[in-house]
Design a protein around this ligand. Sequence first.
Ligand SMILES: [Zn+2]
Length: 338
Amino acid sequence: MRGLYDPRSSMASSPLVRKLVPIAALACGTWIGLVGPDAAEAEIREAAAPITSPPPESAPTPTVDPSKLPDPSPFPRMNPAANVGRAWLLAEGPAYDPNDKKRYVTLTFDDGPIPETTPVILKTLARYDVHATFFFIGRYLDGNDARAIATRNVAQNILAAGHMIGNHTHDHLLLTTANHTDALAQIEEGAASIERATGHRPEFFRPPYGQLDPFTEDVLQKRHDEVVLWNVEAADMVNDDPEKMADSLERQIASAGGGVVLLHDVKWSTVETLPKLLAWLKARAYDPARPNRVGYVIVDLPGYLKATAARPQPYADRAQVEAARKERAQKNHSPGES
Ligand SMILES: [Zn+2]
């Protein structure tokens, strides 16, 4: 039985009552004056009770084997060890059967979102009915100034339009030269900023400059983040000519047989390059009626991972990937291009 003072009652939690009760207790010299002997003893017993009860003799046997449960993620985990070498290999996509002329392409955008340029990118993607993946810099989503609010709106619009989002760290720090405390904070705070802004925990991670070390690989592995790199890039942070950028992307896609395209939704030249690239891909879309002609299918990142999971990898290790890329780069080098 409880007396006048019930700490869980709403009245007791009011500031006035919280102030008055201890004063009243002091005035009486004892709690008993307020709560009555039974309740007071019960409260003392409760306070003296051990915080945790001892564990039972034997834990109950689980009825469901967790390893038998379906994978809750909508894509196959291709790189559970978050190994950066394997991530480079996966970016090359599947090994294609010689008779299969279908080539998969997926688009990724880093270093945003940016309230000026990203919405234009979204419009272009919608016009071509393409779903891409955006790797956010978490810091852009923090704060209460007008720009941060506009940036969060863009982030929410990206998700609402059916695109995927990923973590590109909080401040775009090169993780391999940062100390462990800073590297961990960059990964965790980047993800936290994205989750606060969008209500969505990013499952994909792209390291700035594509670089990880054993410590950050271990962190990402424990977080169950899927590390995503690329095999086609416009070097759009240093190039400014949309014609040349589109041309370079097209030649890389053709010689690599599709892949993960890296773009940055932060520059107007990229905004102008995107419709050129999409028009080129659309003109060469895979056509089942012409199965002997190489054709492209633009898929989202889960679609790319599913296609990649269904077949073996084209290269055995990172050294082979690097050698193949070098060869392609030499082949793609056109006279007059610096
Ligand atoms: Zn970046």
